[in-house]
Design a protein around this ligand. Structure first.
Ligand code: NAD
Length: 489
């Protein structure tokens, strides 16, 4: 069993915690580690180290700061298989899903290497005769990231490379459910030779988070996780004077028009709903069929759900792994039960799954809930598991109305071959990430990872230029240098 350590001021340290969270391989049931549930003492040490490192790091030229990221990119590339295996073992994805996650982490590192250009300021000469105005971007100070369990390798990288490249120092708090991936990544970070204290890691759950949210030296906090916690993070961090962005949960609809390429739509929607066992904030979880799309789609998506190969993500040919833990499996199965009580049909019921050879695993097979009623609980609640609800309407107007009725706004997708319908959907759908014939509209690292309504609290998002804006503060300088003061040379 691996010991989970904090990384503070350039050294690995044991936490002062007396409570721990068990880390169990969700496919095999094997016990892998115990996450120390750190509190304010450990956060204090990390915040002090990051604060002490800040003055020298901010003075390091941006083009020198990104040299560390170039090295990190190389090491992440070289170790992608080992990191991905760790993600599979602690998080339950398939190996390919884990690798795809790490590719996006690497892509964010690459984009952040452009900071010397991306963080430039602007100057306007002669805003009045002989007076110039300059806008400079300066780092914010000590920043922190609080991460969820479902992308242990990628989500910290929506922020970390940008924060460092912009001249901030940093604290990462991984999810207590999946601490091993960041242990491995920090072993690589250790090799790139950053000055001590520039990057730190504290493990734990609520107590560690509360320590970060209230610490006076920490100037900015990013969060990704469920909506109730996102709302708490946003209000608490803001009340303590911090810059904050908090990404929350989702209930992502997809609309299928009768003119869609049905084979393509079904394949992509099944990948979106059941990929990563539905534990993706961009997983499609409600499919709305319009007019005669209904019967064909229903039949084909049920086939796709039934034929998905479920098992351990390290075994060849497996298309879907387990959900994160027993608690999650129980919650998902109860929600499927609730859907059925509320009147939904269950043409494919994935509850009670037992996978041969992995009897201790927390598997839920793909599930289809048909005829979901728009006002039912199951139509509104994030299941965060491999369960797809089906609804039906007669027109695209009704479909868009249904999409916009949802409280979340992380993603909305449309499958069609009509450019006009696509344009209308893009224009009217109330979500921050839109997919047209796309099931997981995950923005590339040079676009912001958007999210609207209850899926996001804040204004600037992660990745790309939004991250540069978030991790820098603007300073405006207005200068006058009168001619009369000139020396004669
Ligand atoms: P979670 O909210 O339970 O935990 C996220 C983080 O918050 C963890 O680090 C955890 O330690 C901490 N935390 C949990 N409860 C807390 C509390 N009461 N006070 C302070 N901190 C607390 O989320 P999760 O189960 O790890 O992740 C799944 C959720 O994340 C889903 O709702 C999913 O939709 C969402 N998610 C959203 C996005 C997005 O971009 N919008 C991306 C990935 C995941």
């Amino acid at each position: 069993m691996q010991k989970i350590l904090n990384y503070i001021n350039g050294v690995w340290v044991e936490s002062k915690a007396s409570e721990f969270n068990d880390v169990v391989n969700p496919a095999t049931g094997e016990w892998m580690a115990k996450t120390p549930l750190c509190g304010k003492v450990d956060v204090e040490a990390a915040a002090q180290a990051a604060a002490a490192a800040f003055p020298a790091w901010r003075q390091t030229p941006a083009q020198d700061r990104v040299q560390y990221l170039f090295k990190l990119k190389y090491l992440l590339d070289a170790n992608i298989d080992e990191i991905s295996r760790t993600i599979v073992m602690e998080c339950g994805k398939t190996f390919e899903e884990a690798k795809a996650e790490m590719r996006r982490a690497i892509e964010n590192t690459e984009v952040a290497c452009g900071i010397p250009l991306m963080s430039q300021g602007v100057i306007s000469e002669d805003i009045a005769p002989g007076i110039d105005e300059i806008m400079i971007r300066q780092p914010v100070g000590v920043c922190a990231t609080i991460a969820p369990f479902n992308f242990p390798g990628m989500i910290p990288f929506w922020y970390l490379p940008y924060a460092l490249a912009c001249g901030n120092t940093y604290i990462v708090k991984p999810s207590e459910k999946v601490p091993l991936t960041m242990q491995l990544i920090f072993k690589l970070i250790e090799q790139i030779g950053l000055p001590k204290g520039v990057i730190n890691m504290v493990n734990g759950a609520k107590d560690a988070v509360d320590g970060l949210l209230t610490h006076p030296a920490i100037r900015a906090v990013t969060f990704v996780g469920s909506t109730p916690v996102a709302r708490y993070i946003y209000s608490t961090a803001a009340a303590h004077g911090k810059r904050v962005q908090a990404q929350g949960g989702a209930k992502n609809p997809v609309v299928v028009l009768p003119d869609a390429d049905m084979e393509m739509a079904v394949k992509i929607i099944a990948d979106s709903a059941f990929g990563c066992a539905g534990q993706r904030c961009l997983a499609v979880s409600l499919a709305v069929t319009v007019a005669e799309a209904r019967d064909t789609f229903m039949e084909m998506i049920c086939d796709a759900a039934q034929s998905r190969v479920v098992g351990y993500g390290l075994d060849a040919g497996v298309q879907m792994g387990p959900v994160i833990n027993q608690q999650s499996k129980t919650r998902i199965e109860q929600l499927i039960g609730l859907g059925s009580q509320e009147g939904a049909a269950l043409p494919v019921d994935g509850r009670g799954a037992v996978i041969k050879g992995y009897e201790k695993g927390t598997f839920v097979r793909p599930t289809i809930l048909a005829n979901v009623l728009p006002d039912s609980e199951i139509a509104r609640t994030e299941i965060f598991g491999p369960a797809l609800g089906l609804m039906h309407v007669d027109t695209i107007d009704e479909a868009i109305e249904l999409v916009n009725r949802g409280v979340y706004g992380n993603q909305a997708s449309l499958f069609t071959s009509s450019g006009n319908a696509a344009r209308r959907f893009r224009y009217e759908a109330e979500a921050g990430n839109i997919g047209i014939n796309i099931g997981v509209a995950a923005p590339m690292a040079f676009f912001p990872f958007s999210g609207w309504k209850e899926s996001f609290f804040g204004d600037l998002h992660g990745q790309g230029m939004d991250a540069v804006e978030f991790f820098t503060q603007k300073k405006v300088v207005i200068e006058r240098w009168p001619k009369e003061w000139s020396r004669k040379f």
